[in-house]
Every structure is written in structure tokens, then in C-alpha cells.
Design a protein around this ligand. Structure first.
Ligand code: NAD
Length: 435
């Protein structure tokens, strides 16, 4: 069965523009300033521990040879083995991989996982490769970066344009070269090969939990709020479904790249999800429901009357151009980098509460951590156990970011970044510098 899985960061069909990375790096410098971190620690955190560039030659199906360039960057192992996805995208370059590895360090630290951050990728358009070419590319890339991988060293996962099948090939390649079965070398694998129950829904579930935790602190009952969700892919559709079915929230709007639906009385998500599951190539615009909802654009969705807005599609959706028109009082960032640096300032000024991406969408990497733990122990949890542990980990992370924000009189984004940087710097300090 083709399982659609992505790891702790990006979408399957887009590559984040440098604007998003630029924003994240500005947040990082703000956190350095706020913490008054010594320059030496700032310099350690700004740099990657290790960066590997590899040539990845493969035979094409017609017998020709193509050579692609791949990377694996380990930003930090201060808090544990490096963890991060592998993406196949023509836009992959060393600078992007380096910045994304740093963000993984911060995301793992916010969730207090015993991991550092890494990222990898190959500069390739996977749509131009056949399945067998893709398999050869994955296996050769895995062999080329193997010297720096390891179950206690660096554990990859899926990311943009890679999935559970990619991780199965990677795990098999490492297992063949090692002469041992090593499922713990990667996460986001098919369940049959040591993947975790609940991984597919984990990011959306984490977003739902973060939403409910934020509402609780505002003294609001999820059953009495309306929610608009931009992006009805993996993250958005699970977040919407879980908020509606398990917490009783009213989902008034959803969208995908083709546009969206709105019904002030609440949308019936079940048939929409079933339709999309039955027709994976289709978009929301292909779904018809005899006028039970109004068609809206993505721009309209972002600014409509709803208590909660969940941007769960792509980066840079809330910008200085629309931030002053947002009506939701709470924004929970399912996507990575949906809010620009300038928009963030406008939202803050307007008193709109934002649960930042590195906290809100950490459910995916938390479940990847569970997968790694299960693989190391060769002991597998049932879905209830996974959900319970995910709930506990998300609630704890939320509470820690919330409390840090209260104590230091800052917004949640600054708090999440500060908390993460503080944890990484503390680990570096405690370990000391070798030799
Ligand atoms: P996905 O590809 O499954 O879904 C993306 C959705 O966004 C689709 O419905 C797509 O149609 C829609 N979309 C694409 N372009 C759009 C546009 N211009 N306007 C409106 N909608 C658009 O991806 P996903 O895995 O759900 O990831 C969504 C976001 O969450 C990304 O930012 C990703 O980096 C982030 N994220 C994902 C995971 C994960 O585990 N999947 C983990 C952490 C963060």
C-alpha cells in the first residue's frame, strides 16, 4: 500500500522560498538577543556541525548516466542524534539544507526530544524519473551519505517529494550494506517495516491539540468556536477532522490549491475526505455537494469571520498585505513559515494570538521519535498508546512554551525560539567543548 507520509517539515510539492528561511533566521537572532547569549554560543548555533556534499550517479532506464548532487547537513548533535528529513527537489541547495537543518534542531528542542537537527536532499526533479530510477537514486544517495548516518548518529525521514517508500529503500540499502536489519536508521517507514502507528495523522493531531490548548488558556470551549483551515492535505485535513470529531469544533471553511468551501453552520467533512481518498488526484474543486457550501478563494478564507485560523498549506500566506484584515483571534500554524516576519509584527500589535509552527506542527517529529524508540526496542505500540503519548508530549511542549512566554512577557513565537535556543546552548555548555 502506498502510504503518504512526510516528515517533520515540508510539503510534497513545494520547496520553501528563502523568505521563509530568512524569517526563521531573523527569529533566531532575536532569540539570541533576548537571551543575551554569549557570542561564542551564538556562533556555534549559527553553524552546522558537519556538511556533506555528494555526487549521485545513476543509470537511467535508457542506459545513459545522470549525475545528481546531494547533501546531508547535521546542524547539531548537542541534544542527541541528528534528526531530519530528506527532500528531492530541483531547488535543493546547500544553503537551504543548512537552514532547514538548523530549524530541525530548534523544533526538536521545543518538543524536548533527545535529538539534534539535520536535513538532506538531492537536487532533482523526481517527476522526471521513473520509479526504478527513483529507487536507484535513493539507494545510491543513501550509500553516499551512509558514512555520517547511524541509528545513534543521524536518522533521516521523509520530506518534500519523499515518502514511506523512499524510507523503505533507504533502510533496505543500509541493512544490506550492514548485513543487519536496521529499521531504526530512518523514520516515516511503512508500518510493516517498523513504521509507527499514527504517524500519518500525527502532525494534524498535534495541530488540533495545540489549538485546543490555546483555546483552553483563553477560557474558550472548542465546541463553541469556528475554525477555518487553509490547505486540506495531510496536516490540514487531519487537523480539521480531529478538531471536529474529537473536540466538537465547527469547521466553517477549508481550502486547497484549487480554492475553498465555506459554510457558516459548519462543513460536513466526512464525505469530502472520503471523496478525496477515493480520488487522490482530485482537488476540492472536483467535489460537488448540491450547494451546501459557498465557494471561496484562499485569500477569502484567510480573512473570513472565524475564531481560529489554521494555515496548513504552504509558506508566506499571511503577509503585510493581509495581516491587518485577519479576523480570527487565534492562528495555529500547521504549515511551516505561513506568516512573514512583517505580518507577525502586525498580528502581535493587533493582539492576535499565534501558536508558532515549530511548536504547532511538531507532532510529526514527535511521532518520528516514537517510531525510533519502538524500532530500537523492537516493541511496537498500538494506536491508542501512540495517541496518548503524542497528546502528553504536545501538551507538555505547549505548556512549557506558554509558561516561558508568560514569565518573560513575550509572544509564543519568541518564547518557542528562546526556549529552543536556551536548551541547545545549555546542552553545549554542559557537554563542554571537545577536546
Ligand atoms: P500536503 O501536500 O499533503 O498538503 C498541502 C495542501 O495545501 C494541499 O491541500 C494543497 O492543495 C494545498 N496548497 C498547496 N498550495 C496551495 C496554495 N497556494 N494555496 C492554498 N492551498 C495550497 O502537505 P502537508 O504534508 O499537509 O504539509 C502542509 C504544511 O505543513 C507544509 O508547510 C509542511 O511543511 C508542513 N508540515 C508538514 C508535516 C507533515 O508531517 N506532513 C510536518 C510538519 C510540517
Amino acid at each position: 500500500m502506498a502510504v503518504r507520509l512526510q516528515e517533520e517539515t515540508e510539503t510534497s510539492n513545494t520547496s520553501p522560498r528563502s523568505e521563509m528561511l530568512h524569517t526563521a533566521l531573523r527569529q533566531l537572532e532575536n532569540a539570541f538577543e533576548g537571551l543575551g547569549l554569549a557570542e561564542g554560543f551564538r556562533e556555534i548555533i549559527r553553524q552546522s556541525e558537519r556538511e556533506l556534499t555528494v555526487a549521485v550517479p545513476i543509470y537511467r532506464d535508457d542506459g545513459q548516466i545522470s549525475v545528481f548532487t546531494g547533501y546531508r547537513v547535521q546542524h547539531s548533535s548537542a541534544r542527541g542524534p541528528c534528526k531530519g528529513g530528506i527532500r528531492f527537489h530541483p531547488g535543493v541547495n546547500l544553503e537551504e539544507v543548512r537552514a532547514l537543518a538548523l530549524l530541525m534542531t530548534l523544533k526538536c528542542a521545543v518538543a524536548n526530544l533527545p535529538f539534534g537537527g539535520a536535513k538532506g536532499g538531492v537536487s532533482v526533479n523526481p517527476a522526471g524519473l521513473s520509479r526504478t530510477e527513483l529507487e536507484r537514486l535513493t539507494r545510491r544517495y543513501a550509500a553516499m551519505i551512509l558514512p555520517i548516518l547511524g541509528r545513534k548518529r543521524d536518522i533521516p525521514a521523509p520530506d518534500v517529494n519523499t515518502n514511506a517508500q523512499t524510507m523503505a529503500w533507504l533502510m533496505d540499502t543500509v541493512s544490506m550494506l550492514d548485513g543487519n536489519s536496521t529499521p531504526e536508521i530512518a523514520t516515516g517507514k511503512p508500518v510493516a517495516l517498523g513504521g509507527s502507528q499514527g504517524r500519518e495523522e500525527a502532525t494534524g493531531r498535534g495541530v488540533a491539540i495545540a489549538t485546543v490548548e490555546a483555546l483552553k488558556r483563553q477560557g474558550r470551549d472548542p465546541k463553541e468556536v469556528t475554525v477555518a483551515v487553509q490547505g486540506f492535505g495531510n496536516v490540514g485535513s487531519y487537523a480539521a477532522q480531529i478538531l471536529a470529531e474529537e473536540y466538537g469544533a465547527k469547521i466553517v471553511a477549508i481550502s486547497d490549491v484549487s480554492g475553498g468551501f465555506y459554510n457558516a453552520k459548519g462543513l460536513n467533512l466526512k464525505p469530502i475526505r472520503e471523496h478525496l481518498q477515493a480520488h487522490p488526484a482530485q482537488l476540492l474543486e472536483d467535489y460537488h455537494d448540491n450547494g451546501h457550501f459557498e465557494q471561496i478563494s484562499n485569500a477569502e478564507l484567510l480573512t473570513l469571520e472565524a475564531d481560529v485560523l489554521i494555515p496548513a498549506a504552504i509558506e508566506d500566506q499571511i503577509t503585510h498585505e493581509n495581516a491587518d484584515q485577519i479576523k480570527a483571534g487565534l492562528i495555529v500554524e500547521g504549515a511551516n513559515g505561513p506568516t512573514s516576519f512583517e505580518a507577525d509584527a502586525i498580528l502581535r500589535e493587533r493582539g492576535i494570538h499565534v501558536v508558532p509552527d515549530i511548536l504547532a506542527n511538531a507532532g510529526g517529529v514527535i511521532c518520528s521519535y516514537f517510531e525510533w524508540v519502538q524500532d530500537l526496542q523492537s516493541y511496537f505500540w498500538d494506536i491508542d498508546e501512540v495517541r496518548q503519548q503524542l497528546n502528553r508530549a504536545m501538551c507538555r511542549a505547549f505548556e512549557e512554551v506558554w509558561t516561558f512566554a508568560e514569565e518573560h512577557d513575550m509572544d509564543m513565537r519568541s518564547s518557542a525560539y528562546s526556549l529552543a535556543v536556551d536548551r541547545v546552548a545549555y546542552a553545549i555548555q554542559q557537554r563542554g567543548l571537545f577536546p
